[in-house]
Design a protein around this ligand. Sequence first.
Ligand code: ARG
Length: 263
Amino acid sequence: MSRRYLMCRPTYFAVDYAINPWMDPTAPVDAGLAVAQWTRLHELYLSLGHTVDLIDPLPGLPDMVFAANGATVVDGTVYGAQFRHPERADEGPAYLAWFDQHGFDVHAAKSVNEGEGDILLAGEHLLAGTGLRTELAAHAEAQELFGRPVITLQLVDPRYYHLDTALTVLSPTNVAYYPGAFSPGSQAVLRRLYPDAVIATAADAAVLGLNAVSDGHRVVLPSAATRLAGALASKGFQPVPVDVSELHKAGGGPKCCTLEVRA
Ligand code: ARG
């Protein structure tokens, strides 16, 4: 159950631009509270027995706190991110340099992809979102690089712009997801693969409750997602709520802040 994560302190966190429907640059953000909430999340992982590496935040990159978007890492191989929006473009090389310096096998991306925001390891295969941020060509690139089958899922709701806002990998064999974020065909794929999935409601999704981090048993999720926490508990998982209200203003939650490092 012990995992290794990479995180980035939200030193320069702000909502200065709007690249998803949650972001309102005219609404106030409490930067100090964002740091406090992130620090609590970091300490929570340590208390659960996980290892957390830290990458230095860079000024001018207010979304760099969302480490999940920085890369995808499987079996020590790193597939770099290539961001869709110019505002985040410099984060890709920064994360790739960190992995290079730490001895990983790094590969710069040829296609637009936002790391573990859209590419999630689920057991032996990868679930990959497209339609809003990551382009389809990146799915083929990831499959070739990792040598694992990639299952393409079409995201259709701009509020759930990354796969990790609409689906949580709970264990190698199960997930939680909000069907309304996916095309009819992708909903059918998910039903076929995961007949026992935890189905999130529109209200669970709207508090970004699916932006959660599971170690196979404990599931760290936004504290606002109370119904979803109960549904997870009834399937035998242990919900661990955390308050991430400030990061939510950028469209983020616990999972966005957390990149899994699989050495
Ligand atoms: N403001 C960021 C964006 O829109 C939030 C990224 C959240 N990260 C995630 N893994 N869903 O790109």
